[in-house]
Design a protein around this ligand. Structure first.
Ligand code: PLP
Length: 329
């Protein structure tokens, strides 16, 4: 092991600020505004978008989050994402720093301050700083953070050529942790890394009973041979806001006779592999066709018509539906 002779300096405030700015200059990010209840306001300089290292969300993973989208200067489906956020907070025994209405208002006002008209809003609730213990420190105040950023980007060819997934070798989270959107994403991270290492785009969790679960940060669904849209049950995976909306919108395809039915049910891997279409669904990916699972080709190896139709319905809903909130830029 080599040991450097560079002295370890004790830094002053200005040194720290300079170093935070240098880090951001080395690795530019598209974060346009950050609200922190701990700072008591909004910052727009990414170098200042920081939280104390002893916040229990950092060193114990005692925190939750959620992500909503900004589409053409409006926020899409925020209330569904906030409902899930509050359920995750309750299951994680996290105290809310303020009322739901106040948090909602902070999210909207941080979006306005960012000036961003397309992108994502991610917000977190942390157990708060104060010690390096497990249970919250005495007098710990929960932290509420809101980040406005460009959103996750996926290769353009996913839309035209579809996505290739593998069955992950990592175990699915136990149901309580899978239905709660906590900051503990280690299995999800490892699954995605494993898939990339093996030349796939993403992974899929299978549960202990052999039923299909979900992907890293997306749900999966299927169009069966007899034209039924089947989505895995939400009792062992995250209840995707996009999936819940797509399930509603799919009724339009049932009315048009393009689907026979829409079902939320357990689905085995064998049933899934026999389907005509397999879909990835989530806020970041919207609706994208999966064309390969392990060594199996799904359908005819191209994104299918139901996947395209559902994407169209979802994008229409994101542009003109009744789930949009105006942002006072
Ligand atoms: C594990 C997991 N499953 C599914 C989803 C899809 O949820 P949504 O449609 O709300 O983005 C996400 C994304 O948040 C996720 O992290």
């Amino acid at each position: 092991m080599s040991v450097t002779n560079t002295p370890l300096r004790t830094l002053n405030e200005q040194d720290v600020l300079d170093q935070l700015r240098a880090l951001r200059a080395k690795q530019p990010v598209k974060y346009t505004a950050f609200y922190s209840s701990q700072l008591g306001g909004i910052v727009t300089d990414p170098a200042l978008m920081v939280i104390p290292f002893d916040d229990h969300m950092v060193h114990r993973g005692h925190g939750i989050f959620d992500t909503a989208g900004i589409v053409n200067g409006r926020i899409y489906d925020l209330d569904a994402h906030l409902d899930r956020f509050l359920k995750s907070a309750e299951r994680s025994k996290l105290t809310l720093p303020s009322s739901r209405a106040e948090m909602r208002d902070i999210i909207i006002r941080t979006t306005a301050a960012s000036g961003r008209r397309d992108g994502s809003i991610r917000y977190w609730l942390s157990s708060g700083p104060g010690n390096l213990d497990l249970t919250p420190a005495a007098g710990a105040e929960p932290g509420f953070f809101v980040m406005i950023f460009a959103g996750l980007a996926y290769p353009e060819k996913w839309k035209t050529e579809g996505v290739r997934v593998m069955t992950t070798t990592y175990p699915i989270k136990p149901p309580l942790y899978a239905i709660t959107k906590t900051t503990n994403y280690l299995p999800n991270v490892l699954m995605q890394m494993e898939a990339k290492e093996q030349g796939f785009d993403n992974g899929v969790f299978i549960d202990h009973a052999g039923h299909v679960g979900e992907s890293s940060n997306m749900n999966v669904a299927f169009v069966s041979k007899d034209d039924v849209l089947i989505h895995p049950r939400f009792d062992h995976i995250l209840s995707g806001c996009t999936s819940l909306r797509v399930i509603e919108l799919a009724q339009q395809l049932v009315k048009q006779g393009r689907l026979k039915d829409v079902r939320v049910a357990n689905i085995t891997m064998a049933e899934a592999l026999a389907s005509k279409e397999m879909l990835l669904i989530g806020s970041s990916v919207r609706v994208t066709g999966i064309v390969q699972w392990d060594q199996h080709t799904i359908g005819d190896g191209k994104p299918g018509p139901i996947s395209r139709a559902l994407l169209q319905l979802l994008e229409e809903d994101m542009r003109t539906g009744d789930r949009l909130i105006d942002v006072p830029y």
